[in-house]
Ligand binder design. Structure first.
Ligand SMILES: Cc1cc2nc3c(=O)[nH]c(=O)nc-3n(C[C@H](O)[C@H](O)[C@H](O)COP(=O)(O)OP(=O)(O)OC[C@H]3O[C@@H](n4cnc5c(N)ncnc54)[C@H](O)[C@@H]3O)c2cc1C
Length: 428
């Protein structure tokens, strides 16, 4: 089934044929079968390092890395642009995420540029160089720390503060729950930067802090004053989840990403693409689930009838496949629009596409689990793991309810008469 949507993408981007083959060959050799909870967990970080050595990480950053003008690092592979033609980087990254998701949602970190993309796009030379060397070429990981225990969905309500002392910032607060607390070499931390004169006034005053614009800062994990705490998640257990505590952490002011107060812009631009990537991981998982269910329902009979020939079975499977294919097409169409106009991401559409895709993927895997009967409910098939993993991605990177509202708000704020609303707002 993936054939139709992925074939359609490859038909539009024939130059990505070789690249898709490279990614598939990498997965065949390192993750040949979809993971189950019983399969020994692969050494995910090592797999990411292998992918980096093969030039398969940070595919969507080819231009950014090339533009940095610092040239390749001796002894390291050539730039990703060597395998992905310019102008197709985001689509290539999306393909890699979809193919990774077919094997396991935790494979999402293997090829991804991850949140290091923000440091590369918006960081100063020293930050960009570290991230380029360690995350892109070295296969290490960068995380993002936005959510806080009292406020995940409400960005204005964040209370982590960086006090501006001129040449450096001093950071305090707690982030969580966030992914990769044990693996990441550094985090893009979203916080409120305040002058040292106002710091004591604002400390503990949540209402005043709401009015301070958001900034983003790169915080290396080796900085003194950071401690971590892990929590046990329902799914996505291949990577750690937990809290980051910042206890007066000193960070050079050069680690600010973009300008002071640029946090919201950076967040929206980055998460538009990132959410589509997470959506495609889940759609890959759902596509594999549907394919496995097609095979099983053909083989399995109830009485004298193959399960696949029971009309209600076929209809449920068809409905799930239709949703998954529609969501896949939507995500790739948004990625193609981003390729054409990288500076004007449609935040509302990307948000809603992530919500729709992860919801559709969850429904599809639930039907697939059902049609696998009691087998599907065991740890021996990938279904229950997929269900738990996708469940997490319906909350992570913005809860789906909130993301649908983003699209609704953009429609409601649009023109009331004249040109059709959707056409007016969503011109490519
Ligand atoms: C697996 C996983 C990985 C994560 N990784 C990271 C990470 O790496 N970095 C990071 O910063 N954060 C991460 N998060 C945190 C995630 O971004 C937040 O959980 C999410 O934004 C929701 O915030 P919250 O948990 O505080 O929920 P709340 O803000 O308390 O919301 C609870 C629920 O209320 C509903 N809701 C909230 N606001 C609205 C609204 N405006 N409209 C309608 N319904 C609403 C939603 O159903 C939501 O799920 C991760 C979460 C998970 C589950």
């Amino acid at each position: 089934m993936d054939t139709s949507e992925i074939c359609a993408v490859l038909a539009r981007h024939p130059a990505l044929d070789d690249f898709a083959g490279q990614v598939s060959a990498f997965l065949d050799s390192h993750l040949p079968e979809p993971m189950t909870e019983e399969t020994p967990r692969p050494p995910w970080l090592s797999l990411r390092k292998h992918a980096a050595e093969a030039g398969l990480t940070a595919l969507d950053l080819g231009c950014v890395i090339a533009e940095s003008g610092r040239g390749p690092i001796p002894g390291k592979p050539t730039e990703p642009a060597a395998v992905v033609p310019p102008g197709a980087e985001r689509v290539a990254q999306g393909l890699a995420m979809f193919l990774a998701g077919r094997q396991d949602c935790d494979a999402r970190e293997v090829f991804s540029s991850g949140h290091g993309a923000m440091a590369l796009r918006y960081g100063g030379p020293a930050v960009a160089r570290t991230v380029r060397e360690r995350v892109v070429h070295g296969g290490e990981l960068a995380g993002v720390a936005s959510s806080e225990p009292h406020s995940g969905s409400d960005l204005r309500g964040l209370r982590t503060v960086a006090v501006d002392h001129g040449g450096h910032l001093v950071l305090y607060g707690t982030k969580g729950l966030v992914s990769r607390v044990e693996e990441a070499i550094g985090f893009v931390v979203f916080c409120k930067v305040v002058g040292s004169g106002r710091a004591s006034l604002l400390r503990g005053d949540a209402d005043l802090l709401r009015e301070v614009p958001l900034s983003a800062v790169w915080v290396p994990m080796e900085s003194a004053g950071i401690s971590t705490e892990t929590a046990a998640p329902l799914g996505l257990r291949g990577w750690s989840l937990g809290y980051l505590h910042f206890d007066d952490v000193r960070v050079p002011k050069d680690n600010l990403l973009g300008a002071l107060g640029d946090g919201r812009r950076i967040f929206d631009a980055h998460f538009s693409g990132w959410r589509l990537m997470m959506a495609l991981v889940c759609l890959g998982a759902a596509t594999a689930a549907i394919e496995e269910t097609v095979t099983r329902t053909r083989r399995r009979s109830v009485g004298r009838t193959a399960l696949a020939d029971v009309p209600s079975v076929a209809s449920r499977l068809g409905a799930a496949a239709a949703e998954v294919q529609a969501a896949t097409a939507w995500c790739f169409s948004l990625l193609e629009r981003m390729e054409r106009n990288p500076t004007a991401a449609d935040v509302a559409a990307c948000s809603a596409a992530k919500a729709f895709a992860t919801d559709a993927a969850y429904r599809a895997v639930d039907i697939a689990l059902q049609l696998h009967g009691s087998d599907g409910y065991t740890l021996c098939t990938p279904m229950e793991k997929r269900l738990r993993d996708i469940r997490g991605l319906r909350i992570a990177d913005g809860p789906n309810d909130t993301l649908y509202s983003v699209l609704a708000h953009s429609l409601l704020a649009g023109p009331r008469q004249g040109r059709p609303l959707v056409a007016a707002q969503r011109q490519a």
